[in-house]
Design a protein around this ligand. Structure first.
Ligand code: SF4
Length: 385
């Protein structure tokens, strides 16, 4: 049984800058044509981390994640300074997972060695596709050769590697995706994040899609691509452990498991979210998104938090359900009951079970089936009613 009663305490740091804005991206990422003042941002991270430490009290950190944006645009010294500040505020045991997101276009051997020396032990590479036409369509700055070079270098430098691919692209056939996925697994990452292309409001793709410039696979074809993804990864030893994430057993992302197992985390940097227990209650924090405004706020008052709330028991239970059912291990029914103060409705579980959308795991857990994963939002909404 998974140890999700103690899901951990993670620290997330958001680096908000990218070399270019990808047309599908709705993350908090910004392009600047002037040089970024990294020392200023490192100092602001340090102040905001200290403020968070004052709120969380002493804790043992179970994972650190530097995400973005493109954190691999940061100098290794800046990364080192951030990691040192985290260790100065909380207990950071040796050997915990410390991940940095990197883009193949910003990879250099000396930079990677510097990150490794600073304490990064896992890299998550934004590969996104292994064919040049689709990389251009996705607006990526790298080509396949650069992606493969970055994968090689990452494998030589870091003990652990994950890379991301986006599928369900326009006109993508099952056959083409199977070959690409097969090639990706052959590059021997221990972890793959495989996301379906979604058209998010406010992105360039949203406008182009609305104008009929391209179309994405219809829901049936997208579901077939999803099923194929599950089959191929399972057959090649990287089964799904979450709706979009696949790993060799033991190589799951500890940090993302903190989110999905409904653990605690602080989030610092522009647009970062946090969820942790303060005075016995789970609180949510989110920070100002615009990088320079965030830095001004931190300099003026020690943090860039502009909002948040204390979750009620039922909100906590809903979030737990939403996150936990993404995992193939499912959720611990007793923990749901402990959070919400009432058990899930056995009548609803039974109906969903008859529709093959959920399944019991032993007599203490519940998971979504692979059919249920495809319509997970509806399953969660039904259970949470
Ligand atoms: S590199 Fe990543 S964060 Fe930056 S714009 Fe592209 S998808 Fe968004």
């Amino acid at each position: 049984m998974p140890d999700d009663r103690q899901p951990g305490f993670g620290v997330y740091v958001h680096w908000p800058f990218c070399a270019a804005k990808c047309p599908y991206c709705d993350f908090n990422s910004h392009v600047r044509h002037q040089k970024i003042d990294e020392e200023r941002f490192a100092a602001a991270f340090a102040r905001e981390l200290a403020t968070m430490r004052a709120r969380t009290g002493p804790r043992e950190v179970t994972s650190i994640f530097l995400g973005g944006g493109t954190p691999s645009l940061m100098k290794p010294d800046t990364v080192g300074a951030v990691l040192e500040t985290i260790a100065a505020n909380w207990t950071v045991p040796d050997g915990i997972e410390v991940t940095l997101e990197a883009n193949p276009s910003s990879v250099e051997a000396s930079r990677f060695r510097g990150y490794r020396a600073a304490g990064i032990n896992r890299v998550s590479l934004g590969v996104q596709a292994l064919n040049n036409a689709d990389l251009r369509f996705l607006g990526r700055l790298h080509d396949v050769d650069q992606a493969l070079g970055a994968i090689r270098l990452a494998r030589e430098t870091f003990p652990r590697l994950s890379f991301d691919l986006i599928y369900a692209r326009p006109n993508q056939t099952l056959d083409a995706w199977e070959k690409e996925l097969d090639a990706a697994i052959g590059h021997a990452a221990d972890h793959l994040s495989l996301y379906q292309l979604t058209i998010e409001e406010g992105t360039r793709f949203h406008a182009l899609h609305a104008a009929g410039k391209f179309s994405v696979p219809d829901p049936d074809h997208a579901a077939d691509l999803y099923r194929l993804t599950q089959e191929v990864t399972a057959a090649r030893g990287l089964p799904a452990y979450e709706i979009s994430n696949h790993a060799r057993p033991g190589a799951e992302s500890r940090h993302n498991l903190v989110y999905w197992r409904y653990g605690e985390y602080v989030g610092v940097g522009p647009g970062a979210h946090g969820r942790f227990i303060e005075d016995g209650k789970r609180i949510v924090t989110f920070t100002e998104k615009m990088p320079e405004t965030w830095a001004n706020l931190v300099e003026a008052r020690g943090h860039g938090v502009i909002g948040g709330e204390t979750l009620t028991r039922s909100e906590e239970a809903d979030e737990f359900l939403l996150m936990g059912l993404r995992l193939t291990e499912g959720i611990d029914l007793a923990r749901y009951e402990q959070l919400s103060g009432r058990p899930l409705s056995s009548r609803r579980i039974q109906t969903l079970q008859e529709e093959n959308l959920v399944a019991p795991v032993g007599n203490s857990r519940l998971r979504a089936t692979s059919t249920g994963m495809i319509v997970l939002d509806a399953v969660v909404a039904d259970l949470a009613r």
